[in-house]
Design a protein around this ligand. Structure first.
Ligand SMILES: Cc1ncc(COP(=O)(O)O)c(C=O)c1O
Length: 303
């Protein structure tokens, strides 16, 4: 981001979005503006409005298994987003961190591929599919941006370790990565199904979520009266860590949302954890409110 934005620049992001990008933009003094998502991710109508109003240089977006909502854009939505970004001459930063983590092994066409790489800076990482400790990723960017990135990386860390890169290259070439991905996809699918079943068993009727089809977590929208930040503390006391939805929002909303990660827990732990959070929700009166009230739970203020 440092190569792309200056202090005070507006940057459009999904609302909610990855906490890491919120921290980076804040540290750079840039101004993140959240554009709401629907079941298919970033909303094109509100994106156009935000482009018009803020004239940003950059849009940061995760089209596949979006963190934290796990939603994925279909091709028509992807094309719409690209058309709007190009109309407003806005560079799209496409974070494809989870594109390889679909449970059925399918792949979506990236924004970068659909656009021919003209207005899209594509980035991905080995962190989530292999090992966070590798700290290796890759980018594909329009040429002038790419040159600036290379120059800045040289200054920042003198380049990533050639030894680690060479070892990873051998691992990928020998089929190790493909084998590993088959194994983790099957494990994640089974854990996601366990989480879905546990949520159906233990969460109040008013809670809403979309079963994950890839990625590492499930996104839950709770009745508006539930304070996810308070719930986080109560769950932690009972030995369960949940992701507070408010952390993923730039507008200060989303306190009634949770990100529940299934990737690193056993199915027994998932069952136990969801049962405990379900009990906490019931203690907080999340059972008997009418479904009517949960209809607009994801409406967020829009600048
Ligand atoms: C959406 C998203 N993008 C990027 C990353 C960062 O990956 P890395 O560990 O390579 O910095 C993460 C890690 O949590 C992520 O969730």
């Amino acid at each position: 981001m440092r190569t792309l934005v200056d202090r005070g620049d507006p940057v459009l992001v999904e609302e909610p979005t990855y906490t890491g990008v919120i921290s980076v933009l804040s540290a750079l003094g840039a101004r993140p503006v959240g554009v709401p998502v629907d079941e298919e991710g970033l909303r094109p109508d509100l994106l156009a409005l935000a482009m018009e109003r803020h004239r940003p240089r950059v849009l940061y977006v995760q089209p596949t298994f979006h963190n934290p909502t796990t939603r994925t854009m279909g091709e028509a939505r992807r094309r719409e987003i690209l058309e709007i970004a190009s109309r407003f001459r806005c560079l799209v930063v496409e974070d494809d961190w989870a594109g390889d983590l679909s449970f059925d092994g399918s792949h979506r066409e990236t924004l970068h591929a659909l656009d021919g790489g003209r207005h899209v800076l594509y980035l991905s990482t080995f962190s989530k599919k292999l090992l966070p400790g590798l700290r290796l990723g890759w980018v594909a960017a329009p040429e002038p941006v790419f040159d600036r990135l290379v120059a800045l990386k040289q200054i920042e860390d003198c380049g990533s370790s050639p030894l680690v890169q060479a070892a990873l290259h051998v691992f990928i070439e020998s089929g190790g990565q493909a084998e590993h991905l088959d194994r983790v996809r099957a494990a994640y699918r089974s854990r996601a199904e366990a989480m879905d079943a546990a949520l159906r068993r233990h969460f109040p009727d008013e809670a809403r979520w979309t079963p994950a089809t890839g990625g590492l977590f499930t996104w839950v929208v709770l009745p508006e009266a539930i304070d996810g930040d308070e719930l986080f503390g109560a769950a932690k006391e009972r030995g369960v860590l949940v992701g507070r939805g408010s952390l993923f929002h730039v507008s200060g909303s989303g306190r009634n949302t949770l990100r529940l990660t299934f990737s690193s827990a056993t199915e027994d732990q998932i069952e136990r954890g969801i049962r405990i959070v379900g009990e906490l929700l019931r203690e907080r009166g999340a059972k008997s409110r009418a479904r009517e009230r949960s209809r607009d739970l994801e409406a967020v203020p829009f600048l």
